[in-house]
Design a binder for this molecule. Structure first.
Ligand code: FAD
Length: 341
């Protein structure tokens, strides 16, 4: 039995922890208060939002098997709808049908429910930001937090954070550090808003334009989890509030890195009102900035493991991006021939 530290409780880190836990002593260190990383779900007094990933798809046999298990347990549901596309026609923004037949899944009751399932019986230390990994003379790896406290001594370490943050954790001047690609992810401003329920019910999600690349009705996702009385309310067209998540495009987010949250909300409000012709509540809104959101290029598929240092690196970036890539990156590393703990 080896002592293994995993840095990051996102989908990649938790998948690795679940796979290694039966045979090894595994501890996961997570800098935030909660698990799931970019599958974060926020419950506020006035509305619930998936602020990162909105849904996921499954292509590989392994991941499909995992999704079937989640479907059976009820922590995942299918989200059956066809997203629209925003098109600019003669000065007017119009939502048009797309020929999209992708099968989409969402976490139940929020995207982070898959992280909750993966972390069953896993020892996670929350609110711990790992700062450095120091190899010692007796072939161990010591981990220190951002206040220079020793977190423990381990046989192996798996770093499960975006590549850009992986580099900062690795010992200087090692070929392993130099092998990690930098600058892979694009940023994303995410804004949650509240509106009166006035948009046609079939509009659940839409691919946007150069400013807002994605918008989806969070309340439509929640209806999937409601029992029939709520469904009747919708059918009867009873007026309620609606909740929407807007993701600003990589281009817009990159240009507006320094914007303040109220400024970003103002852009979200004017975009939404222009496209949907519905007023936006000015009191209740949520703005979140993701520095490392999605990949610029998702073609990289590689295993990052240094058998001398006994350090590995996983994450969406090393296996084609997205939630499926994060999951696959953990399995690819653990099943790699040269992965010797
Ligand atoms: C706005 C947005 C929209 C998206 N939309 C989709 C979508 O629709 N479909 C889809 O499949 N994917 C989508 N994604 C991408 C998907 O969320 C990610 O690919 C996936 O969740 C990445 O998982 P991960 O484990 O690789 O990394 P992360 O989820 O980033 O996990 C890394 C974890 O490490 C922690 N951490 C970082 N540094 C340290 C440190 N030094 N010490 C301790 N902990 C640390 C972080 O807090 C985080 O919890 C989206 C992402 C964003 C942000």
């Amino acid at each position: 039995m080896k002592k293994i530290a995993i840095i990051g409780a996102g989908i990649s880190g938790l998948t690795a922890a679940r796979e290694l836990q039966p045979k090894h002593d595994v501890i996961v260190f997570e800098k935030s208060r909660g698990r799931g990383g970019r599958t974060a779900h926020k419950r506020l007094e006035w509305g619930n939002f998936d602020i990162g990933a909105q849904y996921f798809t499954a292509r590989s046999t392994e991941f499909k098997k995992q999704v079937d298990d989640w479907l059976q347990k009820g922590c995942v549901k299918e989200w059956e709808f066809t997203p629209l596309k925003l098109e600019q026609k003669a000065e007017r923004a119009m939502l048009v049908a797309s020929s999209d037949s992708t099968e989409r899944y969402i976490g139940n009751p929020g995207m982070n429910s898959i992280a909750h399932d993966l972390s069953n019986n896993i020892n996670i230390k929350f609110n711990v930001r790992v700062k450095t990994i120091v190899p010692t003379s007796n072939d161990c790896l010591e981990l220190f937090d951002d206040k220079n406290n020793l977190l423990g001594s381990f046989d192996s370490v798996i770093i499960a954070v975006p590549a850009e943050q992986t580099i900062d954790l690795l010992p200087d001047d090692t070929s392993f550090r130099n092998s990690i690609p930098s600058s892979l992810h694009t940023p994303c401003w995410a804004v949650g808003i509240k509106t009166p329920k006035k948009v046609a019910p079939e509009i659940q999600g839409a691919f946007g334009d150069k400013t807002v690349s994605w918008v989806s009705r969070q309340s439509a996702k929640q209806y999937l989890f409601q029992s029939s009385p709520m469904q009747t309310d919708i059918d009867d067209n009873i007026e309620q509030d609606d909740f929407w998540m807007l993701h600003f495009s990589p281009e817009w987010s990159t240009k507006n890195l320094e914007a303040t949250k109220p400024e970003v909300f103002a852009h979200a409000k004017s975009w939404f009102t222009r496209v949907f012709k519905v007023p936006v509540d000015e009191q209740n809104y949520l703005v979140h900035f993701w520095r490392y959101a999605n990949l610029k290029d998702n073609t990289l598929s590689n295993i990052f493991w240094d058998n001398n240092l006994k350090i590995g690196a996983i994450g969406d970036w090393s296996s084609g991006g997205r939630i499926e890539g994060a999951f696959t990156s953990a399995l690819n590393l653990i099943n790699a021939e040269n992965f010797k703990l």
